[in-house]
Ligand binder design. Sequence first.
Ligand code: ATP
Ligand code: MG
Length: 300
Amino acid sequence: MVRKEILDALRKYTDPFRVTNGQDFRLNDFDPSDTLGLKMHKDEAVQLLRRGSEWLAMEQEILYAQDSWSVLLVFQAMDAAGKDGTIKHVMSRVNPQGCDVVSFKQPSVEDLSHDFLWRYATKVPQRGHIGIFNRSYYEEVPVVRVHQHLLDAQKIPPDLVRANIWTERLADITRFEDYLTRQGVVILKFYLNLSYEEQKKRFLDRLDKPDKNWKFSASDVRERRYWNDYMQAYDEAIRATASKAAPWFVVPADNKPFTRLIVAAAIVEAVEKLDLEYPKATSEQMKDLAAAREELNAQG
Ligand code: ATP
Ligand code: MG
């Protein structure tokens, strides 16, 4: 398939969920159980996802060989939305040498001694790599906003903790992303949009099935009490930070195979758009290659 056809085919899956301008964005307008009316059998989604992951693996090799662009995939979601499974499936074929996954948990003492973007900035993928932020600097708004004591722990001079701190933070994030994109970091942000009801089902499943017990954490259930606060914080965060250069994808997360398919399609589409090719040898390098061949043959 030629590039244009591939891009056209992918758009069907990505266009409905891409947010590049947050002005009129409302999280409520996005249905967590949407499957685009596709009555997709699990097998069919798995097949499509496999093709997408294979394609991505191929693209990643070229990205690596070029050593110029990098790709940063940001994953945000409520608990049990399927971040881990999505990352595992979508990246399953990619060469681990060119792919870095960083899971951001509660900040360390060292992290808290720095500005809020510090720990994330040190993990931005190097050129030629795909970096995955499993949670990210976006935690610095929803979770820290919902729990005031987390903000207190950040040791910011009190005079600078003003009423508009969240607006300021989102503006700082937007500028940080602008800066990175101008450096050749392609940023895609995924909010896995899980419904309140489906979260409950998945928590119950974790309680019911012994091999899923390890995934269960009582604190997840406590956090669920703040669901509406989180939704409002995400709504504002996406509205403030969606841009053409660093789009958000609000991916329906109630149906796992569909979630993975949309994420894979968005990544393949973004990398395809770069129109990458293996670096071509210069005439100088061609001469070196010919000389190396001659020497190799002469060595017997
Ligand atoms: P899973 O539950 O699937 O293993 P997870 O990403 O939820 O994945 P956990 O170890 O359960 O991982 O939780 C990490 C916790 O760290 C989350 O509750 C998240 O909100 C919190 N966290 C991440 N970044 C920050 C931050 N900057 N400040 C405060 N808390 C944070
Ligand atoms: Mg968790």
